[in-house]
Structure formats: C-alpha cells, structure tokens
Design a binder for this molecule. Structure first.
Ligand code: FEO
Length: 401
C-alpha cells in the first residue's frame, strides 16, 4: 500500500518532509507531554537536496513524504545540520534508498556522524560560511557550535530566505499544523525547549543571533528541526531567545519541595505567603505532582529559587535530589535563593541543598530554615519571614523594580 504521508510546502522551493512523533513523552529527562516532530526539509533545486533526516523508526514516513513531491532517488545531496540520532538515526536507511551524490555536515559533524553511524560513504565537511552550490541556488553553512552539540550547524537558503536552524528555535510539540501562526499556546513550549535544551549554552545565543544579522542574510522563514516553522512570528522568537539568554532576574520566585508527612509542605506554603506579602510572585511545585522540566522552564524568567526537603536517611529526598542534579547541569543564572525543610533527628538535607545552591552560584538569601518534626506557629512565622526576606532581596536585584 502506498503510504499516505504528504509533504507540506514551506516556501517556493522548500517542502517539510519530516515525521510526527505523537507518543514521545520523555526526551532525556525533559517531559514532552505534547510529543514532538523530527523535521526534515526537501529543497527543490537543480540538485534536489534533503536537509536533515528523522529518528530511525520514522524513515519510511520521511521517504513517503518525499515521494509525494519527487522520486526520492532523485535527491542528489543530503545536508546533516546535526548528528544527534533524532535527526540522523535514519540517515543510513535514507542513504541506501536515495543513493545521494554527496552528504554534507559541519567539520565537527562529519566526524561525529562517522562516530555514530555506518554510512558507507565519506561525509563532506563544510566550513563556517562556506556555500554549497545546488545548481540554481546556494546553501550557506553557519556553524552553531554548542547550540547544542559541537557539530550543530544552521544552513541558509538565500533564494527563499529560509534559515534551517537545527535544534535552535525548536519545540517538542506534535501537531497537524506546520506553522507557528496556525497554533495557540506555543510560548510555553518554546520556553520549555530553550530551558531544557539550550540553557547551559545561553551565553552563546547572542553571538549566534548576531551572526544572522549581516546584510544579505535575509530570513523570512525559520525552519527548525523540531515543532512548527516560524514565518510571521519569526521576529518574536528571535526577541524571546535574546531575552531568555540574558535571564534577567525578576520579582518571581520558584519554590519546589519534597515532603514526607506535610511538614516541609507547610513550610513551603508559608514561605510563598511571605514572598507574595513582600511583593514577589511565586510558583510552587510539590515534587509528588511536578516535573523537573517545568521547574527549569519557570526559572527562565525568575529571580529566586527556594528548595525544600526533609531529611531521609541523612540525605535529601530522592525527588528533590533528582531536580537539583538536573538544574545543576542546566546552569540557570542570576538567581538568589535558599533552602528549607523539616527533620527528625539528624537534619542534613537543608545543609546539603545550600551546598548545591552555592555550587550553582545561587546567591544566598538567608541561612534557610530547619524545623524539627512538625512546624508550629512560630516556625511558620519564621518561614513567612524568610519569604519576606527573599522578596526584599529580589527588590535589590530584579530588573524594572
Ligand atoms: Fe533534536 Fe540535538 O537533537
């Protein structure tokens, strides 16, 4: 049976030929509750060219979408903007089906692809700024090192003013719509993607954005490797990336906690009341019903991080340690914060949390609070006052206060 998958036209010479993964729920610890897409693009030039491929199990979907436009065997070039397996996993199968004349990748990408896959051919490396002639049009390579892998590369098709941006500007969002302007509710998904994928490399984002500005590099469409394509909203996402990269502190606090018998939960709620009374806003995450990837998303535009855990067997709760490990790797910056929690007899968790916050360069806002067993009225007042104290600290550092 002919597979029913169709390509979607993106611009005069470009079609989306990717795959939709409706069932993806986890991407390396990042909860992808709305699934994802693996985007690949077909450029109808004199030398028909495929930009990126898809995750291995979706190779047939990609080939069927290509076949809805041209015979896949007529593809002459494949450009791999990124070697991670969600974009290259099907490359061996696609090469076998298409028999392209050349496969291109960045200089690092050519090596990384060879380290991942048996392609049966030499990948041709392209340098930053180098142009690949497709006959009647050109693709220009723009290295995007560490956004988010060393091999990452953008390519620009001047003829259609399309930027193929690899993972950058992506979203994990499965949908039947192919363009951002056909969707609502995308902002949270775009922020979640930035926070969970690009945050450790945020300092590189302004440099990459500056690279896109030179005269001549016109961009009407941004075509990322995940989620919908940007056309009317392209300036908005460029602005959002510039802002997220800065992580300017605001009067918003993120509070998360684990709890065993609701003592640390009661402390967290009292702290939040204090934060609000002090003029801050707060997002509270109980770890029995929250996900680490939503916490880091909320930190993107926050100014404070407060973490609570009781002590269990001389340690913090595993659910809290999980988030701290995740946050340490993602390196959020420009935060003040502290720790709190109840304990029974040894009470190490608060100190352990303070140590990790210090490692993360979170500026201490108070010593934090430990409460034995169940917080009484006086303890809850101390928690409320801690919230007030953090709000005061935020007033010193937050922008626009
Ligand atoms: Fe979507 Fe870095 O892979």
């Amino acid at each position: 049976m002919r597979r029913p998958f169709k390509a979607v036209k993106v611009s005069e010479h470009v079609h989306w030929v990717g795959a939709i993964d409706w069932g993806l729920r986890d991407f390396h610890g990042y909860s992808t509750e709305r699934g994802s897409t693996y985007n690949a693009y077909l450029v109808l030039a004199d030398k028909p060219t495929l930009i990126d491929t898809v995750k291995a199990p979706f190779a047939d979907e990609l080939l069927a979408r290509v076949a809805s436009v041209i015979d896949p065997a007529s593809i002459e070039y494949i450009v791999s903007n990124h070697a991670e397996m969600d974009h290259s996993g099907s490359l061996p199968r696609v090469i076998e089906a298409v028999r392209p004349k050349k496969v291109f990748a960045s200089t690092v990408g050519a090596r990384v692809l060879a380290e991942h896959l048996d392609l049966g051919l030499e990948v041709q490396p392209v340098k930053d700024g180098e142009r690949i002639s497709l006959g009647n049009m050109e693709l220009q390579a723009l290295e995007a090192r560490m956004l988010h892998w060393p091999d990452s590369m953008f390519t620009h098709l001047a003829a259609d003013r399309v930027l193929f941006s690899s993972d950058t500007f992506g979203m994990h969002l499965a949908s039947t719509e192919r363009f951002v302007d056909e969707l609502t509710g995308w902002r949270y998904q775009a922020a979640k993607y930035f926070a969970n994928i690009l945050l450790p490399y945020a300092a590189l984002v302004p440099k990459q954005l500056a690279k896109l500005e030179p005269a001549g590099l016109g961009i009407d469409i941004i075509a990322p490797d995940h989620g919908p394509v940007w056309r009317h909203d392209r300036h908005e996402i460029l602005g959002l990336y510039a802002a997220w990269a800065e992580q300017k502190p605001t009067m918003k606090a993120v509070v998360f906690y684990g709890t065993m018998w609701q003592s640390t939960a009661a402390m967290a709620r009292a702290i939040v009341e204090g934060l609000v009374a002090g003029g801050a806003t707060a997002k509270l995450f109980p770890m029995d019903s929250s996900h680490r990837s939503d916490i880091v998303t909320e930190l993107l535009d926050a100014g404070a991080l407060l973490v609570g855990s009781p002590t269990l067997n001389n340690n913090m709760l595993p659910s809290v340690a999980d988030v701290m490990t995740y946050l340490k790797g993602l390196k959020p910056k420009n935060l003040v914060g502290t720790a709190f929690g109840s304990y029974g007899w040894s009470g190490e968790a608060v100190g352990q949390l303070r140590d990790i916050l210090a490692e993360m360069k979170v500026e201490p806002a108070g010593e934090g609070i430990k409460v034995k067993h169940v917080p009484g009225q006086e303890d809850l007042e101390r928690c409320f006052n801690l919230g007030l104290q953090v709000a005061e600290k935020l007033k010193e550092v937050a922008v626009g206060v």
